[in-house]
Design a protein around this ligand. Structure first.
Ligand code: ADP
Ligand code: NI
Length: 215
C-alpha cells in the first residue's frame, strides 16, 4: 500500500521534469533495484523500494543546488504516511548519499547494503543506450555543445567545479559515465554494467568516425 501511494506521489511531483530525471527514470531505477536485490540476503526491501522511488524527488540540480529539499520532502511524505522512523531514516540516508558528485571531495560517511543497491540501480540508468539518451537530453536542456575537440575532459574536478561545469556533453562520458562500471558496489550491478559500458564505447568510436568524416 505504501509503495502504491509513493508511486502516485512521485509521479505527481515529477510532472514536467527534465526527461532524464522524470517518472520513467524513477521507474527504471526501481526495477533495477528490485532486480539487484533479488538474491541478496540481510536487506530491507522496503528501504530499497522507497529509496529508489524517492531518490530524485527534488534533485539539487533543479533546486538551485540545494541538497536539503529532497530529503525534507521525502521525510514529510513518509511521516504523513506513518512509516516507521527507522525506515524513514534509512531512506533519507540513501537520498542524501546516492549522488555521484558526493563521491567527490570524499565527504561520504554513511553506507548500507540498501544504499549500495539503489546507487547501483541509479548508475545503471546513467550508462548504456539510456545513459546516452539522458546525457544528451540534459546537455540540450542546458544548451551545451554536443562535442568540442578543443575542450578536453577534466578528470579532477571538485564537487563545485563538477556542478558548475558547462563543458560539451561528450566530456561527461569521460568525467562520469565511463567511470561508473568500475564503481559498481554489487556483483550483480557489475555484471549488468558490462554490456551497457561496451555499448557506450562503441557509440563513441562511431561518433568520432562520423565527426571526422572517416567513414
Ligand atoms: P548524480 O545525480 O548521480 O550526482 P548527476 O546529477 O551529475 O549525477 O547526473 C545524473 C544524470 O544527469 C547523468 O547520468 C546524466 O544523464 C545527466 N547529467 C548530469 N550532468 C551532466 C552533464 N554535464 N552532461 C550531460 N549529462 C549530464
Ligand atoms: Ni536518479
Amino acid at each position: 500500500m505504501i509503495i502504491e501511494k509513493t508511486i502516485e506521489f512521485v509521479k505527481q511531483k515529477l510532472q514536467g521534469a527534465e526527461a532524464g530525471h522524470d517518472w520513467f527514470h524513477i521507474e527504471r531505477v526501481y526495477k533495477n533495484a528490485v532486480q539487484i536485490a533479488q538474491g541478496s540476503n540481510d536487506i530491507n526491501i522496503l528501504v530499497i523500494e522507497l529509496g529508489a522511488l524517492l531518490h530524485d524527488i527534488a534533485d539539487s540540480k533543479f533546486h538551485n543546488g540545494d541538497e536539503s529539499v529532497g530529503p525534507k520532502i521525502a521525510r514529510e511524505f513518509l511521516e504523513n504516511n506513518l512509516v516507521d522512523e527507522n525506515v524513514i531514516q534509512e531512506v533519507v540516508n540513501i537520498i542524501e548519499n546516492i549522488s555521484f558528485k558526493n563521491t567527490k571531495d570524499n565527504t561520504i560517511t554513511y553506507t548500507s547494503k540498501e544504499l549500495q543497491i539503489v546507487q547501483d540501480a541509479d548508475r545503471l540508468d546513467a550508462i548504456g543506450a539510456i545513459g546516452i539518451a539522458r546525457a544528451f537530453n540534459y546537455g540540450g536542456f542546458k544548451n551545451r555543445e554536443l562535442y568540442n575537440p578543443e575542450v578536453s575532459p577534466n578528470l579532477n574536478m571538485s564537487k563545485e567545479e563538477y556542478k558548475n561545469s558547462n563543458a560539451p556533453t561528450l566530456n561527461h562520458f569521460y568525467e562520469k559515465l565511463l567511470l561508473l562500471k568500475d564503481k559498481m558496489n554489487t556483483q550483480k550491478g557489475k555484471e549488468l554494467a558490462e554490456e551497457r559500458h561496451r555499448f557506450m564505447e562503441h557509440f563513441l568510436q562511431q561518433f568520432y568516425k562520423e565527426w571526422n568524416a572517416e567513414l
